[in-house]
Design a protein around this ligand. Structure first.
Ligand code: 3UK
Length: 544
């Protein structure tokens, strides 16, 4: 066992007790090496390695304002930030550092600065308000923060609610700001010896995006970061060092951290970090930077497919969809618009990244894919036993990464019998492909039938008038629950009785008729989290 480098043992002291930890698998040869008895700082492998092997001039990160950093440029920025944290702000290894900013090269530099110094990066979504930030600051006992000046107000207010956050530096405040992060960086050397952390020292606390309930802090070790880089990226994505990554998920969301920073850098590729990546903004950005690998959510692909013809997307090679189930209709639309077969993958904040996925050759409409090499997956029944092929039950996975909640009773809900139980209802089809049904608590039981909302949504999305939709259960005296659809129509269509009749008929023709939405309401927008996930619980409350 390598000794921990953490002087502040906060994270280690708050790991779940050993009997509540998931079973880990390190079967792949490339994972075996992670069990070696040696210190491991993931920044060394992801960043410094390229400079050390004479590839420091390779393009690493691009962003707004003409920013175009090589690996050496990023390393210099990160090293200076590490010095600011240690020398100016008194950081000791194991301290938690809140990171706050829209995706940008500086945010990535800040992440590496924290990790190099042996700190623990706590990413926060840009839209979070003071109250929500304060919950995270209290829970993770955050003492330091690096923040984009434009988002500093809310952090200031959070400080009033959670005073232990005492050491803050902001970047982007302008040339003359004396106490800016940049001014402090300029006073320090651009070399830094990474803290020799243990493989099982925590380097990231990622809060769950929370479609329900109080956010949970998930802890990830330096080893977890590298393990994630050695499973899905080389086995399923198979990008090359010349690829240019781009996408929408915030770096505070592990989907974004992995897809837009860790994975490209693990192979010496480059990434484009843009602040605004709504479908309208992402398309021109792909064109501008000639991006080749794109990460975003299913709804974003659906919206982009409609506008793809107006852009030169010839640079695009690989497109990854995650965060929510990918409807077959969206896969088809994207293929028609771009010729590209989407790579779907289910991941979670708890598992760090994607654990079931299909590359272009295995892609199958309506299915998520197969367990990623390095992971095992199964379907559990209510009694905890594994179900037979075809039966719907609870998705459970194991691999080199796994759930470690920060001091949270809910560890026992996510980890059961060594399995990580994601809260999703799935079945395995005849090809061994995993087919998403619904979130376990989103299954609709109507008139004795089990109905998965997303299946009804997938059917509605095949109708040409439907832009977006969400299907939930609504309490009903006669049937227990009825299927209710909230629909956003495309421009030029009216949500009248004729439309309702037409959509109901359409669903009955497309899937088993008993699943059709007995009630349809029309909306301009649907409630979503900042990570693009539908908040079905909010719809259920609104439509009760
Ligand atoms: C759902 C999916 C069907 C599913 C995430 C990739 O989404 C991520 O993490 P979260 O913690 O949510 C996890 C839950 O989201 N989900 C995600 N992807 C899919 N359902 N098909 C999919 N492809 O309910 C899962 O349990 O926010 C995704 C990488 C890293 C991530 N953190």
């Amino acid at each position: 066992m390598v000794a921990s480098a953490h002087v502040d043992t906060f994270a280690r002291d708050r790991l779940p007790p050993p009997e509540q930890l998931p079973e880990l698998l390190f079967d792949l040869p490339e994972l075996q090496a992670l069990l070696a008895d040696a210190p491991l700082n993931c920044a060394t492998e992801l960043l410094d390695r390229w400079v050390a092997t004479g590839q420091g001039e390779r393009l690493c990160i691009q962003g707004h304002g003409g920013v175009r950093w090589s690996y050496r440029d990023l390393q210099r920025h990160a090293n200076r930030i590490a010095h600011v944290l240690v020398a100016d702000l008194g950081l000791v290894p194991g301290n938690r550092v809140l990171l706050r900013g829209a995706n940008s090269p500086m945010l990535a530099a800040a992440w590496f600065g924290v990790v190099k110094a042996g700190g623990i990066a706590v990413g926060t979504m840009p839209l979070l308000r003071a109250r929500e930030l304060a919950v995270m600051i209290d829970k993770a006992e955050v003492t330091h923060a690096l923040c984009d000046a434009r988002l500093a107000d809310e952090l200031q207010q959070a400080h009033a609610l959670a005073p232990r956050l005492a050491n803050v530096r902001c970047w982007g405040a302008g040339e003359n700001a004396a106490d800016s992060l940049e001014a402090a960086m300029a006073r320090h050397a651009d070399t830094f010896d990474n803290v020799p952390t243990a493989p099982d020292d925590t380097c990231v606390i990622a809060f769950t995006s929370g479609t329900t309930g109080v956010p949970k802090g998930t802890m990830h070790f330096h080893r977890d970061v590298i393990a994630a880089c050695r499973c899905w990226p080389p086995h399923v994505l198979r990008a090359t060092p010349d690829d240019v990554f781009i996408g929408s998920p915030p770096l505070a969301f592990t989907f974004g951290l992995g897809g837009l920073v860790l994975f490209p850098m693990s192979i010496g590729a480059s990434t484009v970090l843009i602040e605004k990546a709504t479908p309208d903004a992402l398309l021109p950005s792909i064109e501008q930077w000639r991006a080749s690998v794109c990460f975003t959510a299913p709804t974003s692909y659906r919206a982009m497919a409609a506008q793809a013809a107006q852009h030169d997307l010839s640079s695009l090679r690989k497109c990854v969809s995650a965060g929510e189930a990918l409807p077959a209709a969206t896969r088809t639309l994207w293929k028609q618009a771009t010729g590209i077969e989407l790579i779907d993958g289910i991941g979670s904040t708890e598992m760090l990244h994607i654990f079931i996925s299909a590359d272009e050759a295995h892609a199958k409409g309506g299915a998520t894919g197969l367990p990623v090499p390095g992971y095992r997956a199964t379907i559990l029944g209510d009694d905890g036993g594994e179900l037979a092929r075809g039966e719907v039950g609870r998705l459970a996975v194991k691999g080199p990464t796994g759930c470690k909640y920060l001091a949270d009773e809910r560890q026992k809900v996510y980890v059961q019998g060594g399995w990580n139980v994601t809260g999703d209802a799935y079945r395995i089809d005849d090809d061994g492909q995993f087919v998403y049904q619904a979130r376990t608590d989103d299954m609709i039981i109507s008139g004795g039938y089990n109905i998965a909302g997303p299946e009804v949504e997938a059917a509605l999305l095949l109708h040409p008038a439907v832009a977006e939709c969400a299907v939930v259960g609504k309490a009903d005296e006669a049937r227990g629950m009825i299927v209710l659809a909230a629909v956003v129509l495309k421009a030029g269509h009216d949500g009248d009785a004729a439309m309702t009749k037409a959509l109901q008929e359409f669903v009955k023709q497309t899937i088993a008729p008993y699943k059709y939405p007995r009630e349809i309401v029309y909306r301009r927008t649907l409630p979503r989290t900042e990570t693009g996930k539908l908040q079905r619980f909010r719809l259920r409350e609104e439509l009760r």
